[in-house]
Design a protein around this ligand. Structure first.
Ligand code: ATP
Ligand code: MG
Length: 545
């Protein structure tokens, strides 16, 4: 069967077949004004994946044209995240490296009568742009001579004018049906320190002017961006046409939206600044560093990007798909351990007090090469409170009075007695065990239920952060009237509990999340220490309804 190509692969494939390009070059162009999120991961997988598939390459380009919001802290985190996702860029570039070239091209536009310096205020420019139904009004400065424009533009660069007093605009058409073509601004004056160029510049190019030309300078063949930029495409092409430079082409795909998630960097920054989360890498954040700390793997994120595919229309993807991709990966690779979260004591009355036994189950039944672990069994155990019911409904196959259950990897036990305190709360369950039911000894006897457990005197206490989705609302782009996104914060998105783990967990050396059997996947937090182990819940074994 021939492989189904998505629409971008189709375009690239045709461009190669037709001989238009021998090899392709894509780019991932983040603005270093925040940390990358899962939406960026989608774009990274798309750009790098496309190039890889067709034997091309991908540049990492920092779109650092706005000095006010940008910082090297973000540059470093972005590089780290792209590498972590498993991609290598051909070149690391910065739009700010092109400032001189962009400036010279702007002078060319002026010389060709295609750009002018405008002294109108921002407000006047906005008003005179007109509306979709009404043509704009030409600026009174629109017909300045080439010489005057060149001089003024040079003086803007030289720092003669204060912020906001002048801009350079393209001279296109003030009644163009596409508002972006109504003499768009190319440069504005900002007297601010830039994280790379320092104080060399006090005029900075606008996104539309810098972005396309940067593509062109790098000879990007396919410049892929999100749908909202489709109205920018005529301007993208206009610059290339007027400057007669390398004809990069822009293509748009639908941005990734996820249920129960906000992704705009502005909102994520606010969550951090308002201390609603502990930082950019809070495990509830949709940032790549947050997902990493939560226990997501690069494999699972790449798999997710592939599953989502590329769409030409905006849509919203179910968070459960992302979680499913993660489980698929972790199930194959995670070591298993027994951990009791909400313990109740269980005593085996016919098991000798000073006796202990060691069981040696596989670390990972899906990967026998992972080896085995030692699990210690003794007379006193913790089991999960929820695994016992005094008055169970039908079909309750866990422990109940008079009932039998298998303790995972070990014996079958029978509940003989329930001990309660004066308030009627269960404090202990007394059981007997069947010595004949030891795995590997004699004939295997089946019972309906199997529960996990830890030995009280061997268990290690750990802290566990139980995370849930950060927002209660499914579609965070569709808020009720008068509400803002922070009104939908899930107040139970983090619950910290104590838990009891089998000893071997603390010796685990795997780099990925482990499975707490019958519960979910959990990863050691970066703040965990041998004295105070802390685990983060990555995802449950089953999807949340
Ligand atoms: P935000 O709107 O979250 O602030 P941005 O688009 O301003 O994001 P950039 O740093 O400019 O962030 O984005 C870098 C690249 O990532 C761009 O090519 C952009 O189209 C892409 N990108 C950003 N958000 C998403 C998303 N949700 N889905 C897919 N691609 C995205
Ligand atoms: Mg952007």
């Amino acid at each position: 069967m021939e492989e189904q190509l998505n629409f971008l692969e189709e375009i690239v494939s045709n461009d190669i077949k037709s001989g238009k390009y021998k090899s392709i070059l894509t780019r991932f162009p983040p603005e270093p004004n925040g940390y990358l999120h899962i939406g960026h991961a989608k774009s990274i997988c798309l750009n790098f994946g496309l190039a890889k598939k067709f034997g091309g390459a991908t540049n990492l380009r920092f779109d650092d044209t706005n000095p006010v919001k940008e910082d090297t802290e973000y540059v470093d985190s972005i590089k780290n995240d792209v590498k972590w996702l498993g991609f290598n860029w051909a070149n690391e570039y910065y739009a700010s490296d092109y400032f001189e070239q962009l400036y010279n091209w702007a002078c060319d536009l002026i010389r060709n009568g295609l750009a002018y310096v405008d002294d109108q205020t921002q407000e006047q420019i906005r008003l005179n742009r007109g509306t979709v139904n009404r043509a704009g009004i030409d600026s009174p400065y629109r017909d300045r001579s080439v010489e005057e424009n060149l001089t003024l533009f040079q003086e803007m660069r030289d720092g003669k004018y204060p912020d906001g007093s002048k801009v350079l605009r393209a001279k296109i058409d003030m009644s163009h049906p596409n508002m972006l073509m109504r003499d768009p601004i190319l440069y504005r004056i900002i007297h601010a320190h830039h994280h790379r160029t320092g104080d060399d510049w006090c005029i900075y190019p606008m996104y539309d002017y810098a972005h396309g030309q940067s593509d062109s300078i790098e000879k990007i063949t396919h410049s892929i961006c999100t749908l909202e930029f489709d109205v920018h495409r005529p301007l993208y092409d206009w610059f290339i046409d007027k400057l007669q430079i390398f004809p990069s082409k822009q293509y748009e795909f639908a941005r990734l939206n996820l249920t129960y998630t906000v992704m705009s960097k502005r909102k994520l920054l606010q969550l951090v600044n308002d201390k609603i989360v502990s930082g950019w890498d809070d495990p509830r954040m949709p940032t790549i560093c947050g997902l990493r700390r939560r226990g997501y793997t690069p494999e699972s994120l790449r798999y997710f990007a592939e599953k989502v595919g590329v769409a030409k229309r905006d849509n919203i993807i179910d968070l459960s798909l992302l979680e499913w991709c993660l489980r698929e990966d972790l199930n194959k690779r995670s070591n298993r351990y027994m951990v009791v979260m909400d313990p109740i004591k269980l005593t085996i009355s016919n098991y000798p007090e000073d006796q202990k036994e060691v069981f040696t189950p596989n670390l990972n039944p899906e990967d026998l090469d992972a080896g085995k672990r030692d699990v210690i069994f003794s007379r006193q155990l913790f089991i999960e409170r929820a695994d016992f019911m005094e008055e169970p409904p039908k079909k309750f196959f866990r422990l109940k009075p008079g009932g039998e259950v298998r303790l995972k990897y070990s014996y079958i036990i029978k509940c003989e007695e329930v001990i309660k305190d004066e308030n009627g709360n269960i404090t202990e369950i007394i059981c007997t065990y069947d010595p004949e039911s030891k795995p590997g000894v004699g004939e295997w006897r089946s019972v309906k239920g199997t529960i996990h457990w830890v030995s009280v005197s061997h268990a290690k206490e750990i802290d566990v952060n139980l995370y849930d989705r950060l927002f209660d609302k499914e579609d965070m782009d569709d808020l009720e009237e008068g509400k803002v996104y922070t009104d939908y914060i899930n107040q139970n998105s983090l619950v910290r509990v104590k838990a009891y783990a089998e000893e071997a967990l603390l010796d685990d050396r795997s780099q990925i999340a482990v499975q707490f059997e019958r519960n979910g996947y959990f990863i050691k937090d970066i703040e965990s220490t041998p004295e105070k182990p802390v685990y983060n819940k990555t995802v449950g074994l089953k999807s949340k309804q």
